[in-house]
Design a protein around this ligand. Structure first.
Ligand SMILES: O=P(O)(O)OC[C@@H](O)[C@@H](O)c1c[nH]c2ccccc12
Length: 268
């Protein structure tokens, strides 16, 4: 499925590497922590639900952070992160399954495995609470969603436009991420989320992904209906090796004041 001729060269190369990467030998059996429950807890204590991402580098990052992934994840949780995303892609993002394994042992929040899974056996590399599946890159989404659920993962299904949202819904996705970054040009546009979100049914957990860097961006995505935000670069701050990850997280999680009775009755 899904034409590759219009992908940015970096993305085409990521995909090529993903296709040849080995999977596991045996189906995993994970005991996942619920993301929707974690989001509710965050809302209840007045934190903006942020999934903070441990991403050592990326094709669009300014540099690489060599920090220990566990220290980064703990700093994010201290800053109020509701969940942690860990890149496990090794060749373009500096990630590893071991990093995720260690993070998941260390923190008490749901952990998302961020990778380019294209075949069922690649689900069986490392336990995680959530697992990313990218609509554009998988051939049989429904089968992969089911295979992920059979193993106990909560699939987070990533879309970039309304047609992909339709595909995700038809395949039974319940947690959907709208990626503001266009994989063809690698450019970010927050309008992407604003244009896709209104088409999603109420009962879907909707996550705004990429390009969220300021409290104003957080408010904008929340107003457009985001149940949670996935933030990497603004928290990792790749260009500044000693940047305070806890502080970077806190400024996004504390953007909204504590909920009041009136706020609870939101109209969107
Ligand atoms: O660093 P940002 O702009 O805050 O974006 C985080 C996350 O959305 C991004 O890393 C991402 C979204 N979808 C992906 C798929 C694979 C790897 C990475 C990603």
């Amino acid at each position: 499925m899904n034409s590759e001729t219009d992908l940015a060269p970096a993305v085409a190369s990521i995909l090529e590497a993903a296709r040849t990467r080995a999977g596991g030998d045996e189906a995993l059996d994970v005991d996942a922590q619920s993301l929707p429950d974690a989001l509710e807890r965050a809302e209840a204590d007045g934190r903006v639900p942020v999934i903070a991402e441990v991403k050592p580098t990326s094709p669009t990052a300014d540099g690489t952070r060599e920090d220990d992934p566990v220290e980064l994840a703990e700093a994010m949780v201290d800053g109020g992160a509701t969940a942690i995303s860990v890149l496990t892609e090794p060749s373009h993002f500096g990630g590893s399954p071991e990093a995720l394994e260690r993070v998941r042992e260390a923190v008490d929040v749901p952990v998302l495995r961020k990778d380019f899974v294209v075949r069922e056996a690649q689900l069986d590399v490392v336990d995680a609470d959530l697992l990313l599946l990218i609509v554009r890159f998988v051939d049989d989404l429904e089968t992969l969603i089911e295979a992920a659920r059979e193993r106990g993962f909560q699939p987070l299904v990533e879309v970039h436009d309304r047609a992909e949202l339709e595909t995700a819904l038809e395949a039974g996705a319940e947690i959907i991420g709208v990626n503001n970054r266009d994989l063809a040009k690698l450019e970010v546009d927050l309008e992407t989320f604003e244009s896709v979100a209104p088409e999603a049914p109420e009962d879907v957990t909707l996550i705004a992904e990429s390009g969220i860097s300021s409290p104003a961006d957080v408010r904008r995505m929340r107003e457009a209906g985001a149940d949670a935000l996935l933030v990497g670069s603004a928290i990792m701050d790749h260009g500044a090796a000693d940047s305070d990850v806890t502080e970077n997280t806190r400024r996004l999680t504390q953007t909204e004041s504590a909920p009041t009775a009136a706020d609870g009755d939101s109209e969107d």
